[in-house]
Design a protein around this ligand. Structure first.
Ligand code: GTP
Ligand code: MG
Length: 374
């Protein structure tokens, strides 16, 4: 009868949670790997100081936000604290690349003309480093440092549930080949934001508080709250929060993951709404993020263009706002802009496949996870 089935379901979810922990633990970087990466960071920082003595090299992205898988690449950001006008990011890319080519064994690829100028470094695999090292160095990307700190704060508040979910999603999305922004799907950063959105705004009671709307304990200056026009405030005293805030949600990781896949298969309104960890579920029209199929007539647009739109512009805008994920600080920026029509179709298909596997394998959590990541 139903109570037997409920008992079985309960057992499955408990089992699934245990399997998820075990699964994720083996994927964490080893202490040796972390130590090597820190040595590489220090070495590069020392070298870059030859070009710009007042610079610091900080790590961001997964190496710094608590969501690193084994052998993941390294994201580094160079900050220059100088009173003089520092060189531009593209100039730094050119100068530092020259230096690193001369002084290191890295294969160096400068990209000074990219939207965000970076240097790509790779070190071929060796016996001690069987996967080599891949590393990107950017310049003055202060917003990325802040969003890394925000994700780290969320991970710290509820390490088991948040970290397990994000790490599993990263692994799953890589294995299922839906973690390739250049090929029309979504970055790891995008998946992490989806998980946090789900835990802050979809689950009721919420698993996490909204750190961006908790007021500061003491007055803070406008400069501390902003980078350019971007409001970067969030409540970052996680130690205090852990003592004073407790989630009313006691769902296990397994339960949360099953619900996450269900929500993003069937319930999230992809066509009309935006995922925002700052503001919850926001309408696309409110942000002005339209899809090209809804043709919007604006005053600024010459009538000739409305009647005969530039086919290229049409194509670009059509695919830009399929999956809308608002960046937590750069709110006019859609982190999901890389997701094409086909990409979204594939991603949703994968969410549905995951839901199906969880409901059709009610007895064997381990097999369900293995099948899920095939
Ligand atoms: P893996 O490299 O897959 O292990 O994951 P990761 O956590 O390093 O994520 P990813 O490489 O996607 O992004 C690294 C960092 O770059 C993120 O933590 C953000 O700080 C920043 N970032 C990545 N994509 C975007 C983006 O589209 N917009 C902004 N503003 N920042 C981004
Ligand atoms: Mg990365």
């Amino acid at each position: 009868g139903p109570s037997v089935r409920r008992g079985q379901r309960h057992h499955f979810l408990a089992d699934l949670s245990q399997c998820l922990f075990d699964f994720v633990v083996q994927l964490l970087p080893t202490p040796e790997e972390l130590a090597i990466k820190e040595d590489v960071r220090k070495l590069l920082e020392r070298l870059i100081k030859n070009v710009e003595p007042e610079s610091r090299l900080l790590s961001f992205g997964s190496t710094a936000n608590g969501f690193a898988l084994r052998n993941s690449d390294m994201d580094l950001c160079c900050l220059i604290d100088s009173d003089r006008l520092p060189p531009s990011a593209s100039e730094m890319v050119v100068m530092v690349s020259d230096l690193l080519e001369r002084e290191t064994k890295f294969q160096v690829k400068p990209l000074p003309k990219a939207r965000i100028p970076i240097i790509k470094l790779t070190l071929a695999p060796t016996q001690g480093l069987p996967y080599g090292i891949a590393c990107d160095i950017g310049f003055e990307n202060r917003l990325a440092l802040e969003n890394t700190r925000l994700l780290l704060s969320y991970a710290t508040l509820d390490p088991t549930r948040v970290r397990t979910m994000v790490l599993f999603l990263k692994l799953w999305s890589k294995r299922r080949k839906i973690n390739s922004p250049y090929l029309g799907t979504l970055s790891s950063y995008g998946y992490a934001l989806m998980v946090i959105f789900f835990l802050v705004h979809v689950k009721n009671p919420p698993v996490l508080p909204n750190l961006q709307v908790i007021p500061p304990m003491r007055p803070i200056t406008k400069e501390d709250m902003h980078i350019g026009e971007h409001n970067i405030w969030f409540f970052d005293d996680t130690e205090l929060l852990k003592r004073t805030w407790q989630s009313g949600n006691t769902d296990s990781v397994g339960e949360l993951l099953v619900d996450f896949f269900k929500y993003f298969s069937h319930d999230f309104p992809y066509n009309t709404h935006v995922i925002s960890i700052r503001g919850g579920l926001i309408e696309k029209t409110y942000k002005g993020w339209y899809e090209a199929s809804q043709h919007i007539l604006t005053v600024q647009q010459p009538i000739s263009q409305v009647l005969q739109p530039d086919p290229r512009a049409h194509d670009l805008s059509r695919d830009r706002n399929r999956l809308c994920i608002e960046d937590p600080f750069e709110v006019s920026y859609n982190v999901g802009r890389t997701v094409t029509k086909d990409g979204l179709y594939t991603i949703r298909g994968e969410f549905m496949r995951a839901s199906r596997i969880f409901s059709s394998r009610p007895d064997r959590a381990f097999l369900a996870l293995t099948q899920l990541c095939e």
